[in-house]
Design a protein around this ligand. Sequence first.
Ligand SMILES: Cc1ncc(COP(=O)(O)O)c(C=O)c1O
Length: 447
Amino acid sequence: MATKSTAAFCTEQSKRLYQRANRILIEGGSSPSRGPANYGEYPIFMQRGQGSRLFDVDGNEYIDWMMGFGALPLGHADPEVTQAIAEGAATGAHFATATAIELEVAELLQQIVPNAEVVRFANTGTEAVMAVLRLARASTGRPKILKFEGHYHGWYDDVLVASNPLPPTALGWPSDPVRIADSSGLNRHALDDTIVVPWNDLVSLERAIQNHPGQIAAVITEGVMANMGVIPPDDGYLEDLQKLARHHGILFILDETVTGFRIAPGGCQEYYKLSPDIVTFGKALGCGLPVAAFAGRAEVMGALASGGVLHYGTHNASRIGLHAARAGLGKLTRNGGALFKQIRELADHFASGMTELFRRKGTPAIVQRVGPMFQIMFTEQKRIRDYRQFCQHVDRKRYQRLSLKLFEYGVYTSPAATLHSIVTAAHSTEDVKQTLRAMERALEALG
Ligand SMILES: Cc1ncc(COP(=O)(O)O)c(C=O)c1O
């Protein structure tokens, strides 16, 4: 195995770069999730990625299960994607007008995504969510948005509530959750029209809808909770949510920023047989480049025409990003989506290996997963099914200790228990074998 032994593990260059970076970049980077809150003393500075592997500035090699926060369904520097990016760059990055590649990728999305009657491109998941909430308010003439506890939809003011884990005593009663903003500096009225409801709880949803008759423009939900580890929907929950929303004239927005092109070619829509009014995409769509999109019913999306509902963006439908998207979608869906099957089988194998390891070691931990997305949760519970259970029963510090220890054994998973890991087309059975061995050593070292 190419990864170094513990004795040789040294991150001195990362430490030096961090000291330098700290003088000019806040917390040495460009997002709090990449700083000391997650990484301990300092983050590891990566230099190069290839396939399933990352290489840091000290020459350490890691099996990467984080994969760019889920942005790399084909792994690092996939040759087809790399070539497509080079072609896009070599023929000009931006023409300030419509382009054929934009049309082509939109047509591809229409083929792959069940509800994509029409498509609009953006750059990030946050931007896509901002646009679709505005669309929902405009097309229904209603002011309020309903979101769920523990769901993250980007860093836009209107949805920055209850997306971080909090002490259970701070959450209030489930029928009337205390709304604690996730950030300072929000627009003073940003959350006035945001209703927060526990997920996987149809009774609470129904009550909240009845308490705001004719006021709710949209219900926005992740298809799988992917920002509190991995929490799947209960059987039939999303279908019932969809029915309830329809019944009350509320738009159903499915945020597939994480799940799109990962759990099935057509995402949660296909996997759970849903028909949302609007769906948002990001992450995997650009195979590492910032490409996002929202798609849905022409009747709703049509309000974007002539800026009736305004959505601008200098970099919308970036040519280089769309070259990556076309190559990525092409490869992922080739041979009837054979790669999805391959990824799923590897994820099955990995998850059962981890579960068996925890059982053998007597470690109180479970693996929660949907398709290729998984997270280890240190808990005495058999299952975590919502945000409140996550806040109350999951030992996040213990997970972080495991993750940071795994770095020493050449395995790179997110040190934040709220995030998750992802099996991609670049991973192999050998990666799984090495990772399980590293996990066993890490569990033994941590005691
Ligand atoms: C479900 C979901 N929606 C939206 C976003 C925001 O996407 P971005 O980071 O591209 O702005 C994220 C980011 O993690 C996400 O997980």
